[in-house]
Design a protein around this ligand. Structure first.
Ligand SMILES: [Zn+2]
Length: 423
């Protein structure tokens, strides 16, 4: 590499860092205003450690975005009474969609993520991409309908979707859950609604939701692991999501954990964490056990039809003391603990959140994961890591989808978000 190139790279990195710091400052200030009942610019400077001109610049931007309003005067500490600022979301709404293989889950919220309306409808993946987009579009239409004739704006539609998102091309490059290749979700949805659409990988979206609305607000470095049909990861470093080269970072589900495994993963590889510990893997293992005639009440649990076994049924029977169910679930939880121990060694986070359908099993999962992490991760890095359920439980993805839009407005990194949209 030539010297001039190196200099160029260095200045690019510096510019990138400056942009990141600037975005993080905006998030910090927005959250300070959201948490207050009214705060002055001077108190914002004191609480954030930022300079008065920086605060003024950020607040001016937030006011023009309609996120912050000036509300009367505070108490003077000598001199002029300071103007108080408050978070405003009046007549501004966000639509969040969790596009899952089982259900399309949509919410209409205000800017503070208070849910105004909620819809859950079967996805019917078998209809193909165009049909799923049509159904999603219908959900968006129904949610918009809840605003009636109120004069209000919808700032954007945030979508959480399972799969590899190519951020350069802004497409879903591959979704193993949906069996989609190179699909353009934004174009398909924007066509009918003329509202900005932002989408991202579901687990990264869940992590973003933690930063904006959940317990993740108190951490700078954390990891979200999503265990549903598959397994995904979302990594937050110094308050910002890690994307990697094209936007595909965090695929913890495809760590190979057993090189000799004959269980094939949806990605084509064998012995991936996802193939050993996902909801789909747990259900498949249970089917296999029941079909080979294992002594277990699982057969009753599925009404005599092994094809109806789910991870949820396995967790239920494990809790009731069914030995076969317990063994299957415990084994999956141990693999998960091994995967999480690896993440902790790699990223040294303050917390690990576990979300998704399988996480709803509760203690039976978390106890084993904590025990395994304790046994396998480096003590120095894992000693004080909090391993917690995702803040919004089964709503984590949809709340994350909402946060995609709020973070888009604050960071202004998506030119699709603008404030001229009105219904
Ligand atoms: Zn895999």
């Amino acid at each position: 590499m030539k010297n001039s190139e190196i200099t160029h790279r260095k200045s690019e990195t510096r510019a990138g860092n400056a942009k990141l710091v600037c975005e993080l400052n905006k998030v910090k200030i927005t959250n300070l205003v959201r948490d207050s009942d009214g705060i002055s610019r001077a108190d914002l400077a004191k609480s954030s450690g930022l300079s008065a001109p920086t605060i003024s610049r950020i607040i001016d931007g937030l006011i023009s975005d309609g996120l912050v309003i000036e509300v009367g005067a505070g108490i003077s500490k000598g001199g002029r009474k300071p103007t108080l600022l408050r978070f405003s979301g009046v007549d501004s709404f966000i639509i969040g969609i969790d596009l899952g293989t089982t259900n399309i889950h949509g919410v209409l919220t205000d800017l503070d993520a208070n849910v105004v309306a909620e819809i859950k409808t079967p996805t019917r993946v078998e209809g193909g991409f165009a049909r799923v987009m049509e159904r999603t579009s219908e959900v968006v239409g129904e949610l918009r309908g809840h605003l009636g004739s109120r004069k209000s704006r919808i700032c954007g539609i945030g979508i959480a979707i399972a799969g590899l998102i190519n951020r350069d091309k802004e497409i879903v490059e591959f979704s193993p859950d949906f069996h989609w290749h190179n699909v353009d979700v934004r174009a398909a949805l924007q066509r009918g609604h003329e509202i900005p659409v932002i989408f991202d990988n579901v687990t990264r979206v869940m992590a973003l939701g933690e930063i904006w609305y959940g317990a993740g607000r108190q951490y700078k470095n954390f990891v979200m692991v999503n265990i549903g049909y598959g397994i995904g990861g979302g990594i937050i470093i110094r308050g910002a999501p890690l994307y990697g080269q094209k936007g595909m970072a965090g695929e913890v589900g495809h760590f190979t954990l057993d090189k000799d495994s004959d269980i094939q993963c949806e990605c084509g590889n064998y012995g991936c964490l996802e193939a050993l510990a996902s909801g789909n893997a747990i259900a498949k293992a249970a089917r296999k056990e029941v079909e080979r005639g294992a002594a277990s009440e699982l057969l009753e649990g599925c009404g005599g039809d092994p094809s109806r076994l789910t991870a949820e049924i396995v967790a239920d029977y494990a809790k009731r003391g069914d030995a076969t169910a317990w063994k299957i679930f415990d084994r999956a939880a141990e693999y998960l603990g091994i995967g999480i121990a690896g993440l902790i060694n790699l990223f040294n986070p303050e917390a690990v959140f576990i979300g998704g359908g399988v996480a709803q099993a509760g203690d039976i999962l978390f106890d084993k994961v904590r025990k395994t992490v304790h046994a396998r991760a480096l003590t120095k890095s894992s000693g004080n890591v909090a391993i917690l359920p995702a803040t919004f439980g089964t709503k984590s993805a949809v709340m994350g989808a909402v946060s995609l839009i709020l973070s888009g407005i604050v960071n202004q990194d998506h030119e699709q978000i603008n404030h001229q949209n009105s219904r």
